[in-house]
Write a new protein. Structure first.
Ligand SMILES: [Zn+2]
Length: 508
């Protein structure tokens, strides 16, 4: 999957190669694939669209009919050799070739540059999007001069600041966003890519160069409509530990010499949960060296090992529903609360929740919050249709949907976390945790259980820790769900969670 070069931008480049001749073509062919594209992204409150720009006499142009089509049905158009008339909603718009004046009904507006017909397509200079478009579509349009993106309809993009802090054997990037982002990682051409989710980002600065032995450059890119940061390491073979925290508003990424653990470099947050060393939180010695700046503060008791509890579903995603109207999203919150209480009562663990209250949380966001905590375990709670006998409990751990996904990672030496694959490293520990948890559930709830199953559970896929899902049932339109909301039953599940975590900690 290559998100970084769209078909359209390729087409533009290839026609340019033909025009410029083979010699220059070869140079362009060897240019990095992440080169600046000619895409222009229109961000709407719930979607985005990409148009390809063209240059004419040093001026950037956009296809005007395609722009108007993004905002409504073009009611009619009359194309002549020298003029174009368009009807959109109640507006009659007239463009003239090589003329900067545009007629809107009976008024006349002026562009900074003339309208052109380029390769047979009517094109307007980019200033059209701020000088004329808002009047036609009656919506606010925000555009930062020189950028290839606009925000329509009062959409507030996130912006961010970035700091680099040198570490003993690496560097730490701290990226502070103005609003929550998602985080999904990938690697391409020796660079690390941090996908930031679908909410648009407007960078105050889009390229950061460093004179540092670990990180050479960080670049913001969204020319495919996917906001992302591209991190170029100063040399190959370094390890990369990105994490998302602080209400999903801060990304901290450690770039380290292989073998150097982040925990030894900085007091917190430790990234050692994604190395192969078990139980990083306990193994971390107190660090006497002064703390580098810009490390996000962690919750109190952050020295305790973290257990992440994930209440499935939430917000508009209600999950399953019982005969008496019990919703899975509410039941999972109850189960999480009981397990949290039981874990905290031991005084040995700190609980991190992926969801607080009745809100929608995406899989990536759950994984990002979880991985930021460097947890010793991740437990997701669900409820569903499990047939006529109730209550019942099932435990699942992760298996990829296709055996191909089990193939070794391209660079097996690197412990870079590619989020599509990270749970693969924990499958053994996860299935052991599932076996323990199932046995403990059977013991505490006295409910007959079946052996854990390995299935492609999406929410477990990107978790950098031993991870399991518990499903209780039956929650379906034909079953009475009172057995599932019964407080003793929920407490027994909490007790089983504690027992399984204790075994995980005790018996490596
Ligand atoms: Zn569910």
């Amino acid at each position: 999957m290559n998100f970084l070069v769209t078909k359209n931008s390729r087409k533009v480049r290839s026609s340019r190669w033909l025009a410029l001749g083979a010699a220059i073509g070869i140079i362009l062919l060897t240019a990095p694939r992440l080169a600046r594209s000619d895409n222009f992204v229109f961000y709407f409150p719930k979607s985005h669209s990409i148009l390809v720009t063209k240059r004419y006499g040093g001026v950037q142009y956009l296809p005007v009919l395609k722009i108007l089509n993004l905002f409504g049905q073009v009611g009619g158009q009359k194309k002549k050799r020298k003029s174009l008339e368009v009807w959109l909603n109640s507006t009659h718009i007239q463009f003239r070739q090589n003329n900067p004046n545009v007629r809107l009904n009976h008024s006349r507006l002026r562009l900074q540059q003339p309208v052109r017909v380029i390769d047979g397509e009517w094109m307007v200079p980019v200033d059209f999007v701020t000088s004329i478009l808002p009047t036609i579509v009656n919506q606010t349009v925000e555009y930062q001069q020189g950028e290839n993106r606009i925000f329509v309809g009062g959409l507030r993009p996130n912006s961010f600041t970035l700091h680099m802090t040198p570490l003993q054997e690496g560097a730490q990037l701290t990226i502070q966003f103005t609003g929550p982002v998602n985080l999904r990682t990938a690697a391409q051409n020796g660079k690390w890519i941090l996908y930031l989710g679908s909410h648009p980002v407007e960078p105050l600065q889009s390229e950061f160069q460093f004179h540092n032995p670990y990180v050479a450059q960080v670049k913001f890119d969204d020319h495919d409509g996917q906001p992302k940061l591209i991190v170029t390491p100063a040399e190959p073979g370094l390890d990369f530990f990105p994490k998302l925290g602080e209400g999903a508003k801060v990304i901290v990424a450690n770039i380290l010499t292989p073998g150097a653990t982040a925990a030894a470099q900085v007091p917190a947050p430790s990234a050692a949960a994604i190395s192969s060393t078990p139980q990083p939180a306990q193994a971390t010695p107190p660090t006497p060296s002064p703390a580098p700046a810009a490390i996000p503060a962690l919750a109190p008791n952050s020295s305790l090992p973290a257990v992440v509890l994930d209440a499935g579903h939430g917000g508009t995603d209600i999950g399953a529903q019982g005969k008496d109207g019990l919703l899975e999203k509410n039941l999972t919150l109850q189960l999480v609360a009981q397990a949290q209480k039981a874990l905290e009562a031991t005084g040995k663990y700190r609980v991190v929740l992926t969801r607080n209250g009745d809100v929608n949380v995406g899989f990536d966001q759950r994984a990002a919050e979880a991985n930021f905590a460097s947890p010793i375990a991740f437990i997701s709670f669900h409820a569903g249709d499990m047939g006529p006998s109730t209550p019942r409990v099932m435990v699942y751990s992760y298996r990829p949907s296709s055996p191909l996904a089990m193939a070794p990672e391209p660079d097996a030496k690197s412990i870079f976390v590619n989020w599509d694959r990270v749970q693969l490293r924990y499958m053994g520990q996860s299935s052991r945790l599932a076996v323990d948890l199932q046995r403990d559930l059977e013991r505490t709830t006295k409910v007959a259980t079946t052996p854990p199953m390995e299935v492609p559970v999406k929410v477990l896929e990107s978790i950098a820790a031993p991870a399991v899902a518990i499903e209780v049932g039956s929650l379906d339109p034909n079953s009475n769900s009172s057995a599932l909301t019964n407080p003793p039953f929920q407490k027994e599940i909490g007790a089983a969670v504690v027992a399984a975590i204790e075994q995980l900690q005790g018996g490596q």
